[in-house]
Ligand binder design. Sequence first.
Ligand SMILES: [Zn+2]
Length: 597
Amino acid sequence: MAGRIPQHFIDELLNRIDIVDIIDSLVPLRKAGRDYQARCPFHEENTPSFTVSQNKQFYHCFGCGANGSAIGFLMDYEHMDFVEAVTELARRSGMELPTTEYSNTTSKSGPDLHPIMQAATNFYQQQLKQHPEAGKAVDYLKQRGLTGEIAARFGIGFAPPGWDNLDKALGNNKQNQQQLVTTGMSIAKDDGGQYDRFRNRIMFPIRDRRGRVIAFGGRVIDKEDNPKYLNSPESPLFHKGKQLYGLYETKQALRQIDRLLVVEGYMDVVALAQHGIYYAVATLGTALTPDHLQPLFRTSSEVVFCFDGDRAGRDAAWKALDIMLPELKGGRTARFMFLADGEDPDSLIRQIGQQAFEEKIVSAISLSEFLLQNLSQRVDMSAIDGRARLIDLARPKLTKISNHIFKHMIITELANRIGMPSTELISLLGEKPATQIYNRALAKPAGESRKPSPVRSIISLLLEQPQLAQQEPNPERFLELKEPGIKLLVELLELIQQKPSISCGAILEHWRDRPEGKHLNKLALSASTIPSEGYEHEFQDALRHLDKQRVERAYNQLLRKSENNRLSPEDKKQLTELLIEKQSLSQSVPRIDENQK
Ligand SMILES: [Zn+2]
């Protein structure tokens, strides 16, 4: 993968900083025993269940389950992406990030295009203040009720009429001219030369998550000009289907983002901000894509999508629903808000004001309600075959939902509408009964009374006290075992041996993008039931368990072989060795158990 920050840099970084300082600077912590506590910044609570362990360099909340390293904390609390969080920590600790460009919006090679985009932003802003024809742009903005403060916050500017204003201002050498073309700010002519793409327009800079300008949207001032809205084309910096206008500005304006409102255009975003709604973002002239969902839900667990109330708006909402069904998990809420025909958020908020507008946002229809409403409208609900047809219509939608609890809630609601016992509908749809799913979902956090497997307990102990790994210098032998998690365990032991002072938080960063990371996280959370004095014994005991399994397995294999074939001299030698090992293992176990019990 291009542009990855080297893992050794992250190890070193996490080794240098202290998670307690980092979090304490944002959420004041109080010492409580060995750890530090605060009221959780990620959920509402009265008594602190948010805990930061200096020892493990790891935070976690018993209430909402939030957890992670210092990097993870910045990502969640400051709504940063991974690279941003690492950059910020590096800045604080005085470490220099290795000099590669890590942004995934920048091409691997080629010049950095951000400076020329910033220069263009400055140029347009200056023109809005100075150009002799800027008056009509200013009038337009004023007529829309925008103050200078909001215009400045969004970096709004003016591209004057004429073919080469920007080109003259910035294209003073070949390289800059080339960059203007590459970023789509200029259009190359067939006979050489180039001209400005944006002319006589109000300019809205489109910023990425880090606040860098990557593209522009331009709106006409004269009604007869076309098209009304013109966006930068796709470029090495700009990928339409991934960007959300206003997300950076939202994060700048609000510390805590309880909700995001997704609207269609940049003028809507700006107008809403003007009226005190700072959490609106816009897709850029494209329908919602799966790539939009990740930044949305990472910023806020509740997202309200605003659509026109007409046929086209309803269709767009239906398509958005399809994209969202697989993504609705763990506390994510999506709702749909429909505007009256001919209305847009800009006109509506100017008419009814912030409070009434927010009431509409709050009462927006839930995704599940929209789904069922929409499907019900397609059939005759008063007829039996109409209701049967509804089940058929719902089936393909239901299969897209990955979250089982959410799926069962919808099925239950569907059963209500059809007038059928939900258990019957569930078996008709071939789903597992809800009780099974609820029980499974509830049983896990409620306390694992079953003794964890040796692999699990070794991993938990290593995350609690990584130095234990030094007691097991040859973990590769366990790879013979087919136990789940054994590869992970061996890898973990080897990692800690290479980096003896690594913390739990830094270990977890090694698995950030790997599926096993989830399991590690869970194991890091499962608070050990034994006091820390017992760790070493528990660790040795679990290792011995694994050794016993390993020896047993090899021994049985040889025995089976001996039933069919004669054993080779090496086999026999191995058998003897295994027997000795078996004996020593069975002797040592009870002895140590006696000491403990
Ligand atoms: Zn919490």
